[in-house]
Write a protein that binds this ligand. Structure first.
Ligand code: CP
Length: 306
């Protein structure tokens, strides 16, 4: 593995290795007075974010620092991108400053792939348009493993705005590779047109689709990516596809509630459900740091030093 662009391109063995190293990172750092490992001392990780982020950017920054790397945070909004500088020139400038890895979030699908053609170092996709968000899927899978014990044979419902969701795509590729059944649930207008070719079950009735699940992943309605009226009103969406306490009771007792964040509380998920002990939302954030430590470590050292 030289880059991490999508979960589609990972083999099952590579995905399982990342999850194993994630566990090792969590064990190595948890409880330490100084939660740091020396593995990436002398390396530089650049966070190149052309889109807003709370979790992913800070998580990559924390992960790199816990591995003792130097971190440069680049926000397009306050850079020479505003003066018209291209992605290629920006990337080459950062490389000239000694970047060993570039973590990129970009509104255009395929931007991380383009970076790999220009840069010598590792490229990690932190979300590109509606295409992929591999570390989100990996941290989701790790969270399921921790809570449910295994992924093979589990059923995961992904609910809501599948059409615009890079998180959904990345989870479908990863979870099916790891042996889970994925059930997509949402209004027909928010399901992709080519969905019949995907290796998933499809449902339009959330109550029925929650029966027998091991995990439900609620997706944010992405107002910023929607350029058409995909559903009549927010109230109607919430009534048909929101996870409230009544629907939580339809799920098996062991089943967990996930959300990648940021949430629209009261729309796709009720506040009482988001704050319930069955929700893993803050655990997902914690686990994201271990996952990103694992992928930075594997890409930058080829797994050879710790
Ligand atoms: N889940 C996720 O990608 O969150 P951010 O947009 O805050 O990074």
């Amino acid at each position: 593995m030289k880059h991490l662009l999508t979960t589609k391109e990972l083999t099952r063995e590579e995905a399982e290795l990342i999850l194993d190293v994630t566990e090792q990172m969590a064990e190595a750092v948890t409880g330490r007075e100084v939660p740091k490992l020396p593995a990436l001392r002398g390396r530089t990780v650049v966070n190149l974010f052309y889109e807003d982020s709370t979790r992913t950017r800070t998580s990559f920054e924390t992960a790199a620092k816990r591995l003792s790397a130097d971190v440069v945070n680049f926000a397009a909004k306050t850079s020479s991108v505003n003066k018209g500088e291209s992605l290629r020139d920006t990337a080459l400038t950062l490389q000239a400053m000694g970047a060993d890895a570039v973590v990129i979030r970009h509104p255009a699908a395929g931007a991380p792939q383009r970076l790999t053609e220009w840069l010598d170092g590792a490229v990690l996709n932190a979300g590109d348009g509606t295409h992929a968000h591999p570390t989100q899927a990996l941290l989701d899978a790790y969270t399921m493993k921790k809570r449910l014990g295994d992924i093979e044979g589990r059923t995961v419902a992904i609910v809501g705005d599948i059409l615009h969701s890079r998180v959904a795509r990345s989870n479908i590729w990863l979870l099916t590779k790891l042996g889970a059944t994925v059930r997509l649930v949402g209004p027909p207008t928010l399901l992709p047109k080519d969905i019949d070719d995907w290796p998933v079950e499809i449902g339009y009735d959330l109550d029925a689709s929650l029966k027998g699940v091991d995990a439900v992943m609620m997706l944010r309605v992405q107002h910023e990516r929607q350029n058409a009226a995909f559903f009549p009103t927010a109230n109607e969406y919430s009534r048909l596809y929101g996870l409230d306490e009544r629907r939580l009771a339809l799920m098996p007792d062991h089943a967990i509630v996930m959300h990648p964040g940021p949430m629209n509380r009261g729309m796709e998920i009720a506040a009482a459900v988001a704050d319930s002990p069955r929700a893993t939302i803050t655990e997902q954030v914690t686990n994201g740091v271990w996952v990103r430590m694992a992928v930075l470590y594997l890409l930058l050292t080829n797994g050879e030093s710790k």
